[in-house]
Design a protein around this ligand. Structure first.
Ligand code: ADP
Ligand code: MG
Length: 615
């Protein structure tokens, strides 16, 4: 409904004409030059009316019907029946309303824009015992940077000083600063809230978390105008009702001015303005809490979700799996197993792969560069390491790479702790070892699920690529409605689709293997935005930080935004209808009608901005 926007900055001009005309008309009237007054008002209405007609014609040619048709009708008819003052007031209000919308949207969008405008441009790099200021684009992995007080961390890295105090509020909404000690990971985008510290870059800026967030925010802002479908649904009904009341008033009284008064009151700015404002405010508030929602449609759907499908590794579990045991086949030692597996897994972004690399580094092992890598997302990866063909991954993936004699291995024989993730390693077709990792549930998962059920989520289903016994052990006691294990990426899609029966489905996942399911879900939510991974791009919403519990505020904010948007629509329509009836019975003149309509607009827009504040 919002009038299709032209990019030309003609709006200030469009307000200028009726505003100047209105004043000039009153001055002329005061000085006794009565004969020009009506003409001045009529002429100053025309630019707005013409601009509006152009937009309407453009919209209609695209098959879009807008309520701005009512605005055009009311100006035209007011001019035709000689109500120039009413016409110019409507013109001013209409042009002003659009301005108000820009203002309100800008205000509502500020949290999202804030994320973008903070992007650091330069960094201080240590070089030959000196510091040099360089463009952030030039930072390479391994560079040692000095992060000064108040500065924003430009790249992901590891802390090289003993302590850092970071303010991550712009990313997470969490106002309490967090502390990091030497060797811990520091995420780009956080502000240094303590003393200056040294950071060793883990990856270039373009692949860091913050750049990923910026790219996602930009894409979200480019996505089409915020949800207007809600108002669309009412547009035609409202249009018909307006014309019927106006027509009836005229037929009854034969007084064209009454008809004009009805049309003027109906000029439906609240519908045009309030819904987008409420939605953008919701998106913005979510961004403040570290949840990037990519558009009004996702926000609206999120408010209505009935089923939740969650991934296990990295989503329900915290993805910081730690190695608890390494079993080497005969002729090898533990370090051989982890060295080969980790060398190969340097090429994978899977959370387990990263855990293996971290363990090898902890042991001080020298990793080599793998070649000819082929990864099957969620199953494993194979390639050449130390001139031998290696494969690392889940049991069924690795078994398929083994010589027939070795395929007999039975995963259940192992006395692994329940719920442990087991990664197998094959080298040159022989089983080389297995690595056992403890990957625990995130803290507070049970409470989180209870809260979600309180928000009306009827079904909670686990969809994992891991083995059934692992999935069952990890989720025991959580009261999930179903646990689906051993899934390929396509089978995760099927799980999402089969949950559709209950209502809109939200899927939360982190891995490349979750991307198809995230895209298939009504609302796909990706964990983390590091380098805008495939999952973050396929998703409708991204949790900018690695904390699953953010889906609760996300749903709450979405619901509140939707509720307030609906409230605005109903209140706007209700008040306008009362006004139209009053006008039809002759209780409102066209000018009074225009003023009343403006009061309704302002009230409804202020109401919509309430979304920015908590409940
Ligand atoms: P989930 O669907 O629960 O997130 P995944 O399907 O991503 O789990 O992973 C399932 C299992 O596949 C892991 O527990 C691990 O054993 C194995 N796996 C997948 N990719 C890799 C990899 N790159 N390196 C090591 N193991 C892997
Ligand atoms: Mg996962």
């Amino acid at each position: 409904m919002s009038a299709p926007r032209s990019d030309v900055p003609i709006r200030p001009l469009l307000i200028g004409f009726p505003a100047a005309g209105l004043v000039l008309g009153f001055v002329l009237r005061a000085t006794g030059d009565e004969q020009w007054v009506e003409l001045v008002w009529a002429i100053s209405t025309l630019p707005v009316l013409i601009a509006l007609l152009v937009e309407i014609i453009r919209g209609v040619s695209r098959g879009e019907f807008g309520l701005d048709i009512v605005a055009a009708l009311s100006m035209t008819s007011a001019l035709l029946v000689g109500q120039q003052l009413a016409a110019v007031v409507v013109a001013l209000m209409y042009a002003g309303g659009q301005y108000l919308e820009d203002f309100a949207e800008g205000h509502a969008r500020r949290e999202m824009t804030a994320l973008l405008s903070r992007a650091p441009r330069t960094a201080m790099r240590h070089r030959d015992h000196q510091l040099e200021e360089i463009d952030v684009e030039l930072v390479a992995a391994g560079d040692r940077l000095l992060i000064r007080q108040g500065e924003i961390v430009p790249v992901d890295g590891t802390l090289a000083s003993s302590l850092a105090v970071l303010d991550q509020s712009a990313l997470t909404g969490e106002s309490l600063p967090v502390q990091r000690v030497a060797g811990e990971a520091v995420m780009s985008g956080a502000t240094n809230a303590g003393e200056a510290f040294d950071l060793v870059a883990a990856r270039p800026a373009a692949q860091s978390t913050y750049a990923g967030i910026v790219r996602l925010v930009e894409a979200a802002q480019r996505s089409k105008a915020p949800m207007v479908r809600l108002a669309d649904r009412y547009a035609v009904v409202f249009l018909v009702a307006t014309l019927a009341i106006a027509g009836a008033a005229w037929a009854w009284t034969r007084d064209p001015i009454r008809m004009v008064a009805v049309l003027v009151v109906a000029t439906p700015c609240p519908l045009i303005l309030a819904v987008p404002v409420a939605i953008v405010a919701g998106l913005s508030r979510a961004a403040h809490h570290g949840i990037l929602i990519k558009g009004g449609k996702a926000l609206e759907t999120m408010a209505r979700i009935r089923s939740l499908v969650v991934d296990k590794t990295g989503t329900l579990t915290d993805g910081k799996a730690s190695v608890v045991a390494i079993h080497a086949a005969e002729g090898l030692v533990e370090d051989d197993v982890i060295r080969i597996a980790a060398s190969l897994d340097q090429a994978s972004k899977h959370v387990i792969a990263q855990a293996l690399v971290a363990e090898a580094q902890r042991r001080g092992l020298a990793l080599t560069v793998p070649t000819e890598m082929i990864e099957t997302p969620g199953e494993g990866i194979s390639g050449i390491v130390e001139e031998r063909r290696a494969a690392v991954g889940g049991i069924s993936y690795v078994r398929a790479q083994l010589a027939p004699a070795d395929r007999e291995l039975d995963p259940t024989q192992a006395l692994d702790p329940p719920g442990a993730v087991v990664v197998w390693l094959a080298v040159d077709g022989r089983l080389a070892g297995r690595i056992v990792l403890a990957d625990e549930l995130r803290v507070g998962i049970a409470a989180l699920l209870t809260k979600l059920r309180g928000l009306g989520v009827e079904r909670i289903v686990l969809a994992t690529g891991d083995r059934r016994d692992v999935a069952d052990a990890v989720t025991a006691g959580l009261g999930l409605d179903a646990v689906r294990a051993d899934l390929t990426p396509d089978q995760k899609v099927l799980v999402v689709l089969s949950e559709r029966k209950a209502g809109p489905v939200m899927m939360v996942g982190d891995g490349v293997n979750d991307a198809p399911a995230l895209a298939a879900a009504d609302v796909g939510v990706a964990m983390g935005a590091k380098g805008a991974a495939a999952s973050a791009e396929a998703a409708d919403a991204v949790l900018l930080v690695d904390t699953l519990d953010r889906i609760v505020p996300a749903i709450e904010i979405a619901r509140r935004a939707r509720l307030i948007a609906l409230e605005s629509v109903y209140a706007g329509i209700g008040l306008s209808t009362l006004g139209m009836i009053a006008a039809a019975f002759g209780y409102l003149t066209p000018v009074e009608g225009a003023l009343m309509q403006e009061a309704i607009d302002v009230a409804v827009i202020l109401n919509a901005l309430r979304v920015l504040r908590g409940s």
